[in-house]
Design a protein around this ligand. Structure first.
Ligand code: FRU
Length: 500
């Protein structure tokens, strides 16, 4: 009897271990599931929201619809990380209420209790989108509300005086990004309003006063303005400071659909003036609604964007979840020639999940290597005065994704990259990036299961693309019509952040 009991116990233990392994080995294992980028466990996600650092944790809130894998009544999903690489999912932070759905916005730590919610309250400033007003055809659909948390973002209370910024009849009145402004000793809010930016100030996050508007003369027609961000940055290692206005746009980005550009200029505390024309921050079609974290130690500027495009985000061939974020990036401002340029560096802690698979000092071209290209980082240097090479990720199904550097352009092509027919513009044309007459010296490619982030010249140029091959790309080809080789090729493996 004892023997039978022992055997049963043993079987039970094995059963439990088996079940545990089965559950965890399937977690985040669906086809195309990003392995080291943030994606929600299930259902729809778009913009990053409320990015804020507090008590050792980075908080990522995000536009979330928990009831379907397409956009719908918006909530704020929530996750935290101590290293910006590994994320822990937390319960939904903000739910729609009688005033509307919870659209994009930001979060601050109210160190001096200006709002009276408590010292160090985490305060979220977001847009209410009232769908009934919208459906009735009225313009004043959107207003701004606030909510606070006294327990590190776990539970939230909406302010009873909401909305704190009413709509005076302006359509597309949204995405408040708030920061503490030393110049006026008040809070500043930048708000996207249809085709321009509005700047407000407030002593207490509750009463807001319009200070100025920003829209350059003869501006590009790039659709609705969304998700702005205004940040003070040091220029290189110098003492010079400039302000950078990051602005997202709904359509007509360089390669179609939604995209992100920025102006560099000056801000006197109330008014922003650009001192150079706008520059696109990333030329790929899958980099949108990006904003920076607030309250980061040492004034680091940390940024995350949504890795999709409104042209096709709701149609991409994933089912359990939709969309992922880019890897977090640290931003720097550099003077290159007479222009100020934002450079993007993948967050340092990324190296925690990479390990070398190949290192070659001098590599002869053409080069071909069979290896699974999902979850790889590829870096190399290029010498010579000409921009000229081609990289291909291919598989046995004759599918491929191509990156070509030709003269003054970087061109990506996903026409034959696998599933593309879910939306007609997805792979219609190759995507191009203007290289501002720079010679490309180094290349960094970061490939997940279904995306590549391309950074050139230490992040001076960025291009982000998603793709859906029917089986993993497993052949890497590098070639050049004029060059006989490249230098310091390194290929790293990238571990999953989700697998136990
Ligand atoms: C940008 C955006 C925001 C809006 C949110 C709605 O992608 O359109 O302007 O607040 O998404 O989900």
């Amino acid at each position: 009897n004892i023997l039978i009991q022992k055997k049963m116990k043993k079987n039970l233990a094995f059963g439990l271990i088996f079940l545990y392994t089965l559950i965890f080995s399937q977690y985040y294992s669906e086809k195309y599931r990003p392995q080291f980028h943030f994606s929600p466990e299930k259902m729809w996600m778009n913009d990053p929201n409320g990015l804020v650092y507090f008590n050792g944790k980075y908080h990522l809130f995000y536009q979330y619809y928990p009831d379907a894998n397409v956009w719908g009544p918006m909530h704020w999903g929530h996750a935290v990380s101590t290293d910006l690489i590994h994320w822990k999912h937390l319960p939904i932070a903000l739910y729609p209420d009688a005033l509307g759905w919870i659209f994009s916005g930001s979060a601050v730590i109210d160190k001096n209790n200006t709002a009276g919610f408590g010292k160090n309250a985490m305060v979220a400033i977001f847009t209410y989108h009232n769908d009934e007003i919208w459906k009735a055809g009225n313009k004043n659909t959107e207003s701004q509300g606030i909510a606070y948390s006294l327990d590190e973002g776990n539970t939230w209370t909406k302010y009873e005086g909401n909305p704190v910024l009413n709509n005076q009849g302006e359509q597309d009145f949204r995405d408040p990004k708030v920061f503490w402004n030393d110049k006026i000793n008040q809070w500043t809010m930048v708000l996207a309003v249809q085709d321009h930016l509005q700047i407000y100030s407030s002593p207490n996050l509750k009463n807001w006063k319009l200070e100025s508007r920003f829209k350059p003369e003869n501006d590009l027609d790039v659709g609705v303005w969304e998700c702005p961000d205004l940040i003070k940055m040091k220029v290189g290692n110098s003492k010079e400071e400039k302000w950078v206005l990051i602005q997202n746009h709904g359509r007509k980005a360089p390669n179609g659909g939604s995209g992100t550009r920025y102006w560099v200029g000056d801000f006197d505390g109330k008014t922003f003036k650009n001192t150079q024309p706008s520059v696109w921050m990333d030329y790929g079609t899958d980099f949108y609604a990006g904003v920076t974290f607030s309250n980061v130690p040492n004034d680091k500027i940390l940024f995350i964007a949504w890795m999709s495009n409104w042209l096709y985000a709701t149609k991409v061939p994933t089912e359990a979840w939709r969309s992922a974020m880019t890897l977090p990036r640290e931003l720097f401002l550099k003077k290159i020639g007479s222009q100020y340029i934002l450079t993007q560096k993948i967050i340092d802690t990324f190296s925690k999940i990479t390990s070398p698979v190949l290192k070659v000092g001098e590599l002869k071209l053409p080069f071909e290597k069979k290896l699974n290209l999902a979850q790889k980082e590829i870096t190399f240097n290029i010498e010579g005065s000409q921009n000229d090479f081609k990289i291909e990720f291919a598989n046995a199904k004759k599918e491929f994704f191509e990156i070509a550097l030709k003269g003054n352009q970087l061109i990506t092509d996903r026409k034959k990259s696998g599933k593309t027919d879910f939306e007609e513009t997805f792979a219609e044309k190759p995507q191009t990036m203007d290289l501002r007459n720079q010679k490309i010296r180094n290349v960094q490619l970061i490939l997940d299961q279904a995306s590549v982030e391309i950074l050139l010249n230490d992040g001076e140029f960025s291009m982000t693309n998603i793709y859906f091959p029917s089986e993993n790309f497993n052949l890497l080809k590098i070639s050049s019509a004029t060059k006989s080789g490249i230098k310091n090729l390194k290929i790293n493996n990238i571990r999953s952040i989700w697998k136990k």
